[in-house]
Design a protein around this ligand. Structure first.
Ligand SMILES: Cc1cc2nc3c(=O)[nH]c(=O)nc-3n(C[C@H](O)[C@H](O)[C@H](O)COP(=O)(O)OP(=O)(O)OC[C@H]3O[C@@H](n4cnc5c(N)ncnc54)[C@H](O)[C@@H]3O)c2cc1C
Length: 418
């Protein structure tokens, strides 16, 4: 029985293929009737599922080719983000941000518009400048803005529904050092009154709350060397922590990246969790909604009123910011965003009952759900939050005319070829 990381989805694939070469991959894709790439399997939704062939690319050569003139790296799709980060860091480079966990694959992260936090930093798909793909026809193609013009913005966050990605090329920035400082017990009122100042105070800021009365439990500030003023002992009513914290304070801190203001390489501070601690599965579920930054305080105040419903089911809630982009299916499409994330106890029946309540409270803000996490929003409402959805569906018709790469997740959302 094959499952995703959290084991909340049992995959329906009848066949698994792990090609060793690109030409074998081409043959497999060409002859399949239904096919879907499985990345690291860290999505909580059914986005990576298929009732046809599951394609796992971990037997293809793992490569990271750095172009020191163009300042780009071309990485094989299945490479774990943390491995990719180590290799570009060794050459003096970085990408602007990472997700909380470095174990996800590069292509899987890009396909769903995975993100970290930072008011001036886009999601993990935004540094992508080109992709090499195998089309449903079995042909290899290079996709970039140079070759496909404006449509490239529709191809980067593709939900696994356009083609099989074999390589991703990303724009790099010079490597940088980051320190991580945790503050505890931020008064909820202060968090709401000074929301933008708090979230913008460092390169990357996350708030963690258990939705107890009157308090946001933790602030994680990730500050870039040379860019920050001295960090105070008190920050909008929160106290600087004098020991390391896990976002869920009752859990051992060993898997967490180093805190207490010690500078270290970007890839060892931007994720919350270390690459060397590998949890093979997680006893949790996740949900996340994106909304415009200007609506965040109002939305959080509205959720605060139902904290008695959220608190019993939530392991922790994280609030992050992400800069806007132009990628058609990105949760941050043309909207500077705040992400409200819930790590739930593994109790789907109860969570499934609560999600519609949360979603109706968030409805006035035009929220977009994270593609890789769990939600119950009406498919029409989801599609309506993406102004370029029809254009994406036209791309599906062009690149996957026989709907090989579609699955129940996409058809259930009404994201089918036009
Ligand atoms: C513990 C944990 C922490 C997380 N933290 C964050 C976070 O901080 N921020 C955030 O935004 N998300 C987060 N997520 C969600 C996660 O980043 C996304 O679900 C991401 O898509 C997972 O990547 P993956 O490699 O596991 O992809 P999968 O779940 O395996 O696949 C996702 C999609 O990508 C497609 N795909 C994968 N590879 C290819 C390819 N080569 N070609 C074509 N399509 C492909 C799949 O078919 C599928 O449609 C977290 C998840 C977990 C379990």
């Amino acid at each position: 029985m094959r499952t995703n990381w959290a084991r909340n989805q049992v995959f329906g694939a009848t066949d698994v293929q792990r090609p060793h070469t690109i030409s074998a991959l081409q043959r497999t894709v060409k002859s399949a009737t239904g096919i879907k790439v499985l990345g690291a399997g860290h999505s909580f939704s059914r986005i990576a599922d298929t009732d046809g062939t599951h394609l796992i690319l971990d037997h293809l050569p793992a490569t990271v080719d750095i172009d020191t003139v163009a300042h780009t790296a071309r990485v094989s799709a299945q490479t774990r983000y943390g491995q990719f980060a180590l290799q570009i860091a060794a050459a003096g480079y970085a990408v602007p941000n990472m997700a909380s966990l470095p174990h996800i694959s590069v292509a899987g992260a890009v396909a769903t518009g995975t993100h970290g936090s930072g008011m001036r930093i886009g999601n993990l798909a935004t540094p992508v400048v080109a992709m090499t793909v195998v089309l449903a026809s079995g042909d290899v193609q290079e996709w970039s803005a140079a070759s496909h013009g404006e449509a490239f913005a529709g191809m980067v966050v593709h939900l696994g529904g356009l083609a099989v990605v074999t390589h991703v090329t990303m724009a790099l920035v010079p490597a940088f050092e980051v320190r991580q400082d945790v503050y505890i017990d931020l008064p909820f009122e202060s968090a709401m009154e000074h929301f933008s100042e708090i979230m913008g105070a460092s390169y990357s800021v996350s708030l963690f709350t258990l939705w107890n009365e009157g308090v946001v439990d933790q602030i994680w500030r990730k500050s870039v060397a040379g860019e920050e003023s001295p960090l105070p002992a008190e920050f909008y009513g929160a106290r600087r922590a004098d020991r390391p914290y896990h976002p869920i304070d009752t859990i051992d801190v060993a898997p967490c990246t180093e805190q207490l203001g010690v500078y270290g390489p970007w890839h060892a501070r931007l994720p919350h969790f270390k690459m060397e601690f590998t949890a093979s599965s997680g006893d949790e579920l996740q949900t996340e909604y994106f909304l415009g930054h200007q609506d965040a305080v109002s939305a959080l105040e509205a959720l605060y009123l139902i904290r008695h419903l959220i608190a019993p089911l939530v392991l922790v809630c994280e609030i992050r910011t992400i800069a806007r982009d132009n990628l058609w299916l990105s949760g941050q499409y043309q909207r500077d965003s705040v992400a409200i994330h819930f790590t739930w106890k593994n109790a789907w029946a109860d969570v499934q009952r609560l999600l519609p309540v949360i979603e109706s409270i968030l409805a006035p803000y035009g929220v977009r759900p994270h593609w890789g996490k769990l939600f119950t929003m009406d498919p029409e409402r989801v599609r309506a939050t993406y102004p370029r959805m029809h254009d994406f569906q036209r791309l599906m018709g062009i690149y996957d005319p026989t709907e090989k790469l579609t699955n129940d997740y996409l058809t259930g959302l009404g994201i089918t070829k036009l």
